[in-house]
Design a protein around this ligand. Structure first.
Ligand code: T4K
Length: 390
């Protein structure tokens, strides 16, 4: 780790990089290794590896209890969980989603012949703008998927009011929002259901994994059938299902990591506050702030680079990456500019001005258990030096 004193010290100008090791966005947060190994021993002893095993059942109970919801239906990943939730809710035709999200939100619809209709976001929150949602409703609209981007709740009440007014299904992509609250209530029980991702890069991981959480008994029952080929008995199939099951080793990781989440939140919160201090007062860049009145997981440290900043967003990303700070441009350029949506809806961007402005300005910085205040101080020095040498 080297101190950066001036623009001349930047790797992009031929100096050695600030860090010997690469700093990643999405470095996995890990719980107790020995506790995980004990689960592995048990899995070997039991010879029960998949298909609703005891660890998956325990995992579902613990996640449901943590979120205060009736049902957690664990799945192999968040994308399959989205697909199953969408199908179980009977969404069809057109479904309104933000374009400023990970592309899986849109793909989960398109994959099953449903058209994702992109509505603009509120540039202040990066989540769906309810007035933009209203504008996109047509006779073919069957639902809305709100995304709690960066762990910040979508406008839950406003979207529910629109859904009720037009008779639409409402669900949430809560892939970023595990253990976060909205109005003091844990995210997980808003809308008809909410979808979680436990991917390696998420605040809380089970290597790969996902779940749908809901208070709706019937919906949960349908989703359990769907994730297991539609089997309702030993030789009885009552639904055209798929294979969305979580495996035992994933549940083991999830159980161990669940015990560690308060430590991870403490580390993420300390990192976020260190970034806030380091980056305060730098003209042209702004750290997107968390609402401290809510419980946050602080998994994403988001920097917005203003259009009039001394250095363009992409140049700053290149400068950071040259220093081994592997910042990301999530979720650039927006789903509407990715295939097949770019070809299907070439003019979608005309109604997505906030989406495009935000997608062009965001940099996601490394955080998590592998970061600390000393590293963040150097990241801050790199950013300051880069802005001094436009
Ligand atoms: N909805 C939303 C809003 C989502 O953000 C996501 C997933 C989903 C739905 C779908 O859920 P899943 O089906 O994935 O459960 C990553 C993740 O693959 C993806 O899960 C996540 N969103 C998205 C935000 O980030 P990439 O393309 O950026 O992955 P990749 O391979 O570039 O890795 C990101 C960084 O993490 C790298 O710097 C390396 C680091 N990393 C990654 C892995 C896998 C590690 O250090 N260790 C690891 O094991 O998509």
């Amino acid at each position: 780790m080297k101190a950066i004193h001036s623009p001349a010290d930047l790797a992009i100008n031929g100096a050695p990089p600030a860090f010997d090791e690469q700093l990643h966005v999405g470095r996995p947060n890990m719980g107790d290794r020995d506790a995980f190994m004990r689960h592995v021993e048990d899995i070997f002893d039991r010879r029960w590896l998949s298909n609703d095993g005891p660890l998956v059942q325990q995992f579902e109970q613990e996640v449901a209890a943590h979120l205060g919801v009736k049902h957690c239906v664990a799945m192999c990943n968040g994308t399959i969980a989205l697909e199953i939730a969408i199908r179980a809710l009977g969404m069809e035709g057109e479904v309104i989603v933000p374009a400023y999200t990970f592309v899986a939100t849109a793909h989960a619809l398109q994959w099953q012949g449903i058209t994702p209709v992109f509505a603009d976001i509120d540039p202040a929150t990066h989540t769906l703008d309810p007035s933009a949602v209203r504008k996109m409703i047509t006779p073919r609209t069957s639902g809305i998927i709100g995304v709690h981007l960066w762990g910040r709740a979508a406008p839950v009440e406003e979207l529910q009011a629109i859904a009720d007014e037009f008779g639409l299904k409402l669900m949430f992509d809560a892939a970023h929002a595990f253990s976060c609250t909205h109005g003091g209530r844990k995210i997980g029980s808003f809308g008809a259901c909410e979808v979680l991702s436990f991917h390696a890069t998420k605040f809380f991981n089970s290597f790969e994994g996902g779940a749908v959480v809901t208070d709706d008994d019937e919906l949960a029952r349908t989703m359990r059938l769907m994730r297991n080929f539609g089997f309702s008995g030993l030789d009885q199939v009552s639904y055209p299902g798929t294979n969305g099951k979580m495996i035992e080793i994933a549940a083991a990781m999830g159980l161990v990591n669940l015990k560690a989440i308060d430590d991870v939140i403490a580390a993420n919160r300390a990192n976020y506050r260190a970034y806030r201090e380091e980056l305060a007062g730098i003209p042209g860049v702004r750290l997107v702030e968390y609402d401290e009145a809510e419980r946050n997981n602080y998994q994403y440290v988001i920097l917005e680079v203003a259009p009039d900043c001394a250095i363009a967003r992409d140049r700053l990303v290149d400068t950071l990456r040259a220093e081994n700070i592997l910042a990301r441009r999530y979720f650039w350029p927006g789903c509407h500019k990715m295939e097949p949506y770019r070809s299907l809806f070439p003019h979608a961007g005309l109604l997505l001005t906030a989406t495009e402005a935000v997608a062009d300005s965001v940099i996601v910085l490394p955080t998590g258990q592998t970061m600390d205040a000393a590293k963040i101080a150097v990241v801050g020095q790199v950013i300051r030096a880069a802005l001094l040498s436009p």
